[in-house]
Design a protein around this ligand. Structure first.
Ligand code: NI
Length: 160
């Protein structure tokens, strides 16, 4: 029903530049609802519309520290970044793998909500990483294209 299939990295949809959303209608609301359900089901931090095969600029991010707190971002734009972090990054479209990726440690974005109203959101550490990762998806960029390298099994197991 609400769950959408998450495409994996070989799918051409993940390598295209997505179009802006122009209609803030029931179809968009259903997409956002389905994406949130799909993200929670997959236990991810963020999900971009191209990952479910929709080439539109739509992202959902879990901002919650303990309980899920899902933020909907339509036509998001990066306004400001600062600092740097280099750490493990994964993607629901690259199951079971993690790479070392440099990202800003702080990011501020602006986006529209499901009714078209503009707002701003900001975050540090994991949230900043997630904003950058999800916005990259909208331009067809996978983290595997910008990472230093994949983490080895030893490195992954050491984190347990
Ligand atoms: Ni991803």
């Amino acid at each position: 029903m609400g769950l959408r299939k998450i495409l994996t990295t070989r799918d051409p949809a993940l390598h295209k530049v997505c179009k802006p959303v122009t209609a803030f209608d029931g179809k968009l609301h259903k997409l956002l609802d389905d994406m949130k359900e799909t993200l929670l089901d997959a236990c991810g931090v963020g999900l971009a519309a191209p990952q479910v095969g929709i080439l539109r600029r739509v992202v959902v991010v879990d901002m919650g520290a303990e309980e899920p707190e899902l933020l909907e971002l339509v036509n998001p734009e990066l306004l400001e970044t600062s600092g740097e972090q280099c750490g493990a990054e994964g993607c629901l479209s690259v199951p079971g793998k993690y790479g070392l990726v440099k990202r800003p440690n702080y990011a501020r974005v602006r986006a529209q909500d499901r009714d078209g109203n503009w707002f701003e959101a900001e975050g540090e550490a994991l949230i900043a990483r997630c904003f950058c990762h999800e916005l990259d998806h909208l331009d067809g960029i996978m983290y595997t294209e910008i990472m230093d390298r994949f983490l080895t099994d030893e490195e992954l197991n050491a984190g347990d």
